[in-house]
Design a protein around this ligand. Structure first.
Ligand code: URA
Length: 424
């Protein structure tokens, strides 16, 4: 087999065989194929797409590039949740303990933030002492005791994705349906998930900019899941505006603690309720309505928060010490009116400039910096009233730059739900 022939074949839009795809993935992992050839291959996939069969072969080749976790000892009740990545997306921090509080086992293998999207592992590491690396024995014990663990994916899972994702990030090849679907699904299958609820984000602050693209991604992931006997249910949710109030690691932990104590931003509540109910319905094999009742009860009676506290304690975190910068400034509105939109991507980039995001996986980040929205879309703001609080340390961002992310109009726009569609 010849690498250039395979690249040329895809460049011409022709379908590749299982052997050709495996040859590329295996060769790259073994470092027999250099970055420049893999980059050309990835770009040809971005431009010419892949059919369902090819996407499955790609997922399978990536899946077998590393170890596989066996979680079958937990029976069929283990349920996983995944988000395709958004701004201010701290949902896992609330949903995982909430679902676990109903008795469903949640083994959550999470990642770090890259580019404008945040990562659950970074958020948790803003809690002093929190250990995100657990041995297989440790997380098994934790599941037995409290039904939930949130850990960084084992070092040896899906080696191909680690290399390919880093390469995609610097070669303009992240936004491609076959590459996103295979990257996500290979990791989910490798970490042993049998039932998955996917939060597919749509909008300016998401990888999928339109509902049509997101729907296609959802359907592709459902089909891949079927091939492995894995149930995948997708919720399409809007990511035009940041989710909830906080953007930035420590701040998002604070918002999650508030939420688990009953203080939710309305959009965050809607999303948490939907994802958690789907997971509980899948895990306990009950109706969505029954599941929703359990979820609401455990939010109200504090059981979800208790599980969160136990999770932090078991993973050696000190909940009294969450890294949040103590220097702040407010950005105030220069006009009066209704907020009709807040640019998620714009604010993510600003938070990144403050130090909360990384360009490369090796970059160090500042867990304590970020943004806290004091107004959400639909709210009325007076001239001079604060729109947002900036938590900073060394770097600041000019107020004028931040104001560009807010659209303020005289007329109030009709409120819309963050939930766009269910695809099951
Ligand atoms: N999340 C992933 O894990 N992979 C992608 O390619 C995009 C989002």
């Amino acid at each position: 087999m010849n690498v250039v022939t395979i690249i040329n074949k895809k460049r011409q839009g022709l379908p590749l065989t299982k052997e050709e795809i495996s040859y590329m993935v295996d060769g790259y992992v073994k470092e027999e194929i250099p970055d420049y050839q893999m980059s050309a291959f990835l770009m040809s996939i971005c431009l010419k797409n892949m059919n369902e069969e090819e996407i499955f072969y790609l997922t399978d080749a990536m899946l077998h590039s590393g170890n596989l976790l066996d979680t079958s000892m937990f029976g069929i009740h283990t349920v996983d949740k995944h988000s395709t990545g958004g701004v201010g997306d701290k949902t896992t921090l609330v949903v995982a303990p909430l679902v676990a509080s109903t008795g469903v086992d949640v083994i959550k293998m999470s990642g770090r933030g890259l580019g404008f999207t945040g990562g659950t592992i970074d958020k948790l590491e803003s809690i002093h002492g929190f250990q995100t690396y657990l041995t297989e024995e440790e997380w098994m014990k934790q599941i037995e005791e409290i039904h939930v663990c949130i850990a960084s994916g084992g070092k040896d899972l899906v080696l191909a994705d680690k290399k390919m994702y880093a390469l995609r990030d610097v070669t303009g090849t992240v936004e491609s349906l076959p590459l996103i679907a295979s990257s996500i699904m290979s990791k989910k299958i490798a970490s042993g998930s049998k039932k998955i609820v996917m939060d597919v984000k749509v909008g300016k602050g998401a990888l999928m900019k339109t509902e049509k693209e997101a729907e296609e991604l959802a359907k592709t992931m459902i089909q891949i899941g079927k091939r492995y006997g894995v149930t995948v249910k997708c919720v399409l949710s809007s990511m035009d505006s940041p989710l909830g109030y906080a953007i930035g690691n420590g701040l998002e932990v604070k918002e999650s603690i508030d939420a688990l104590q009953g203080k939710f931003a309305p959009d965050f509540y809607e999303l948490v309720l939907s994802l958690a109910s789907q997971m509980v319905a899948l895990g306990l094999e009950i109706s969505k309505e029954e599941a929703e009742e359990k979820v609401i009860t455990n939010l109200k009676n504090g059981q979800a928060y208790e599980v969160f506290l136990k999770l932090v304690e078991k993973q050696h975190g000190n909940i009294e010490k969450v890294d949040i910068a103590d220097t702040t400034y407010d950005v105030c509105s220069e006009e009066e009116g209704y907020i009709t939109s807040i640019d998620a991507l714009g604010l993510a980039q600003i938070s990144s400039k403050l130090g909360s995001g990384r360009e490369n996986l090796e970059d160090t980040i500042d867990y304590g910096v970020g943004l806290w929205l004091l107004k959400k879309p639909g709210d009325f703001v007076k001239k001079g009233e604060a729109l947002l609080r900036v938590y900073y340390r060394e770097k600041i961002v000019e107020k004028e730059e931040i104001l560009k992310s807010f659209r303020i109009e005289k007329e109030q726009k009709k409120g819309t739900s963050i939930l766009l569609k269910y695809i099951v």
